[in-house]
Write a new protein. Structure first.
Length: 201
């Protein structure tokens, strides 16, 4: 056995044990899930995992029940559907509702949030201002590329693709490819021709 084979075996055992240690903290968790070490989370009770969900190492996935600087309290809920994969170093922040569907592929270092810091009052530090939040929905079979950001109020339609490094600020139609900052549609699936075509400018 070469060292890489041993290393891979060791990591599998480590992540299997870690999953067993953390699984009772979740609001609910299906069978066959893998949560790799170490996942940062202060309120796992708000997280609900379907079956065979994979969460890569060093993720920060959290449901904040309170924001002390502004005195706000929340009832956050994150739902992740069956067979969804979340990459390494992912960052998902929830104070309201984030719903991630089934068979979703989320690459490494993706940021998803349903909330933003208030900044409008120039007489108060941003840190002390209330958080605003709007639900985020990522439908089934979506693929989100590395380093992409999905911001509050966004719905990403079924089987759509978000390009790497994109910042998604508005809804993405089903069966679309978006890219850029802010993200815009660059390709869409044409049901009549059965082909992916370039979006008209």
């Amino acid at each position: 056995m070469n060292f890489f084979a041993f290393q891979n075996w060791f990591l599998r055992q480590k992540h299997r044990l870690y999953t067993q240690l953390v699984r009772n903290g979740f609001g609910s968790i299906g069978h066959g899930c893998t949560v790799q070490a170490v996942m940062r989370c202060t309120n796992p009770a708000g997280i609900h995992l379907g079956n065979r969900v994979f969460i890569g190492a060093d993720a920060w996935i959290d449901c904040f029940a309170a924001y002390p600087p502004s005195g706000q309290t929340f009832s956050p809920r994150l739902e992740i559907g069956d067979d969804t994969m979340i990459g390494y170093h992912s960052h998902i922040m929830v104070v309201g509702q984030v719903t991630i569907g089934k068979h979703v592929l989320i690459a490494d270092k993706v940021y998803i949030s349903d909330n933003l810091h208030g900044f409008e009052d120039i007489g108060r530090p941003v840190l002390a201002q209330p958080l605003t939040h709007r639900p985020v929905v990522i439908e089934d079979e979506v693929w989100i590329g590395e380093n992409a950001c999905v911001l509050p109020g966004v719905t990403v339609g079924r089987h759509s693709v978000i390009g790497s490094n994109s910042v998604v600020t508005k809804d993405v139609p089903p069966y679309s490819v978006v890219a850029g900052t802010p993200a815009r549609v660059i390709r869409q699936y044409d049901e009549q021709t059965g082909q992916w075509t370039r979006a008209s400018s």
